[in-house]
Ligand binder design. Structure first.
Ligand SMILES: [Zn+2]
Length: 127
């Protein structure tokens, strides 16, 4: 699957490390259209990565928008050393949390279970 052009220009807004960006683009390309547009149309959504050796002094957070509180997907750069399927599962899992706003899909569902299950639905099962 090749990244859709509008996804690519959307990702340009985030200062992602190039290797992680490639994986983020691949995961975004596999998202169902309504999930992708949930992120693309939310000015409060952001991707961010950091080097865990130096604790992040400041993680930029966008202002809340009419779509609700801001959402950030934060990735550790050490992820790059993991296998591709693990990296993409982590990205999909974090996007699932963002899409579900850290809740389950229904009342009482464990948010971690929901995120893993949604990530698997998108083609990224837990390795
Ligand atoms: Zn989780």
């Amino acid at each position: 699957m090749t990244p859709r052009p509008h996804v690519d220009s959307w990702l340009d807004a985030f200062p992602l490390e190039p290797c992680l960006r490639t994986h983020v683009a691949a995961v975004c390309a596999a998202l169902p259209p309504h999930v992708l547009s949930d992120f693309l149309t939310d000015p409060g959504f952001t991707f961010y990565d950091y080097e865990p050796s130096s604790a992040p002094a400041h993680i930029p957070v966008r202002a809340p928008s009419r779509k609700g509180p801001s959402r950030s997907v934060v990735l550790k750069r050490t992820l790059r050393r993991r296998p591709d399927n693990f990296i993409r599962w982590v990205i999909a899992h974090e996007l699932a949390h963002a899409h579900l706003r850290n809740a389950g899909r229904h009342a009482g569902e464990d948010p971690e279970h929901a995120a893993d299950s949604l990530a698997a639905d998108w083609g990224f099962p837990k390795p």
